[in-house]
Design a protein around this ligand. Sequence first.
Ligand code: NIG
Ligand code: FE
Length: 408
Amino acid sequence: MTQVLWDILWTNVHLATFQEGKGPYGAIRDGALAVHQGKIVWMGRQSDAPRGPVQKCKDIRDGKGGWLLPGFIDCHTHLVFAGDRADEFEWRLQGKSYEEIAAKGGGIVSTVLKTRAAGEDELFDASLPRLRAMMVEGVSTVEIKSGYGLSTECELKMLRVARALQEHTGVRVATTFLGAHAVPPEYAGRSSDYIDTVCKEMLPAAAAEGLVDAVDGFCENLAFTPDEIARVFEAAKNLGLPVKLHADQLSDSGGGALAGRYGALSADHLEYASQNSVEALAAAGSVAVLLPGAYYFLRQKRAPPIAALRRAGAPMAVASDCNPGSAPFTSLLLMLNMACTLFGLTPEEALTGVTRQAARALGLSQRKGTLEIGKDADLNLWRIDHPRQLCYGVWDATPAWASIREGG
Ligand code: NIG
Ligand code: FE
């Protein structure tokens, strides 16, 4: 696919391609990378660049010895919401648990009430700064879930805001319908009836408007049972939509196994995942999305079974889980650090988790997640000496660290 015409040629750069099987970080030192019509059309050692296209290229850029990486992908966020839950943070510090607060009508439902009350513009204005904060750190693709509406009208409002954020910022937004996030107050004690509404009204309405790229659920004691989630997954299947799941975050509820059974794109959290769940995920090729921010913020004691996931060969991604209740964070760089310090990932695993594996968790591997000929020229140039620095700590991650997106 070597093109004769190149729009842009990056020179004097090291490439961290994150291509599978290409050695640590998929690194190519002293590299160059050519872009044509928004796609990567050539990359390799600079000394190997073919002369003809180089001579004809009118836009040759000097990367000054920096590293080019794929744009980061935050593959699990709830970044569209109104208000905050700082009050609950204080209560938890005084000893109340996340589950207790949820059982008393706080938790997810308290954000639902605020999100329902917000107009679409207000919700957009509340969410935009969070996305901007992510962009500063090199995020160019973000997944955004609904799930703070829990009515047809408000779930659609959230998903429209998510789409509008893509229009406004150019960040690629993957939308996920999370109607099965909590039982809304008007269905209290009738979770099965609520799941009916999710399957028969809410999801079809959202899908009909083209607002749903994937379908998620919260499988947990304080949310929905595996049987209830299975009904949502069947409805998704009938609409031809891929599924993913909040699984085994606070207890082993068999969520990982359920996700594996449905060939989910991903199963997320997994602190309490059993060996059975780990094997089901690995067999299905579902990505284990690790969310160290929520683990840290809820002061959980049990980390996800990283060694078992590795042994089983399950792909692992890392995401922010940005939400007002369990992870009020927008920094994917901080999540990279936490994935290493709290969960024991290697820096290479963590970075692969916000690039190649995160793309896979969103079903976007054809276009995103690695530097590879034919993929989108969706790149960040980082002024670092080595990619591991991105997990260690970065003190001048300003927008001046040119984010380069040539289309797509
Ligand atoms: O990923 N686990 C369920 N959902 C979120 C929390 C949402 C909230 O507390 O508002 C999570 O941790
Ligand atoms: Fe979440």
